[in-house]
Write a protein that binds this ligand. Structure first.
Ligand code: 13P
Ligand code: SF4
Length: 320
């Protein structure tokens, strides 16, 4: 059999679940996973959550090693919170279009155009962008974090213009928006969503605020991945149309077993572009290998980490 270049051969007879469990004990490791990870990874993790809950878990972790089954900015945040711990990421190329679309040097030039503004940055950005921010937010606390500033305080919100615009609409407040977007959430098809609403008139729509306004206007609920899971549990509706990455359906099926869960496709219905290609870079095998070999590790320049820690801590304090 031909093995594709870059693929590491692992004995196909190996019980990866048992091996990961053994390594977890051997390393004194905690495995944190995001809801967009593949089902096997979610099932083997110690904790599955949204970005806020994962950063809270990382901040409170007493394990010696943090294995982060998510994307790079999440693992980087865990490292900033735990500079003396090893933080492992199954695939270092698990990035994020929002983080990639806000290079720190261009962000610094952008901020120079807005003197007197405070800076609220979505956690989906690099450590060097966080280091230029006054406070970090996630999709579950963005409204609360922005509202913590006096109404007359001018604010820059980065890097997600759709989340920023949604927060601005909730609060009736102007925000200067960095022009970034999530390549997954920006392509959800409004046309397909409307078609699904017509086909399932009993269904409620739950959407992530990274979606454009044209999609969000059809939603009964807008919130983080944890918020969407809670909404699906709570609603009396027999069906929920889900406008976020379909990895979340694994936990939704467990938590809301009686409900029909309907994922919305991306604009090109023939592709799987509603799946995050970065989150899906991690596999159960790569999770096992990163624990076995203790690599790849996430590192952050100590000077940048020290500056980025301040706005991350501020977010954690405001979210208590
Ligand atoms: P949550 O914080 O809602 O889990 O979102 C993370 C993310 O990357 C959404 O695309
Ligand atoms: Fe980034 Fe979008 Fe993937 Fe979330 S879904 S990690 S925002 S690219």
């Amino acid at each position: 059999m031909l093995i594709p270049p870059g693929t590491v051969a692992v004995d196909p007879g190996l019980d990866l679940f048992a091996e990961i469990d053994r390594l977890r004990r051997e390393l004194n490791a905690v495995i944190l996973a995001h809801y967009y990870q593949e089902p096997d990874i979610q099932d083997v993790a110690d904790f599955v959550g949204d970005s806020l809950a994962l950063s809270q878990k990382a901040a409170a972790a007493d394990a010696e090693v943090i294995v982060f089954a998510g994307v790079h900015f999440m693992a980087e945040t865990a490292k900033i919170l735990n500079p003396h711990k090893q933080v492992l990421l199954p695939d270092l190329e698990a990035g994020c279009s929002l983080a990639d679309g806000c290079p720190p040097d261009r962000f610094a030039a952008f901020l120079a155009r807005y003197p007197g503004h405070k800076v609220v940055s979505y956690i989906n950005c690099s450590a060097a962008t966080k280091a230029q921010s006054d406070v970090i937010c996630t999709s579950s606390n963005a409204v609360k974090i922005v509202a913590s500033f006096p109404a007359d305080q001018p604010l820059v919100f980065a890097p997600d213009r759709f989340l920023g615009a949604w927060v601005a609409r909730q609060l009736g407040r102007d925000l200067v928006l960095w022009p970034g977007s999530c390549e997954v959430h920006e392509v959800f098809s409004e046309k397909a969503l409307v078609g699904l609403k017509v086909a399932h008139p009993q269904a409620k729509v739950a959407a992530h605020p990274e979606c454009p306004e044209a999609v969000l206007q059809h939603a009964d609920y807008v919130g983080s991945t944890t918020g969407i899971l809670e909404f699906a549990r709570r609603t009396d509706a027999p069906a929920v149309i889900v406008v976020t990455e379909p990895g979340i359906l694994h936990q939704m099926r467990k938590e809301s077993p009686g409900k029909e869960l309907i994922p919305v496709p991306g604009a090109d219905e023939s592709c799987s572009c509603n799946e995050c290609p970065y989150m899906k870079k991690n596999t159960l095998q790569k999770l096992y290998l990163c624990m076995r070999d203790r690599t790849p590790q996430v590192t952050v320049d100590p000077a940048i980490a020290a500056r980025a820690l301040v706005p991350i801590r501020r977010m954690l304090e405001l979210s208590r």
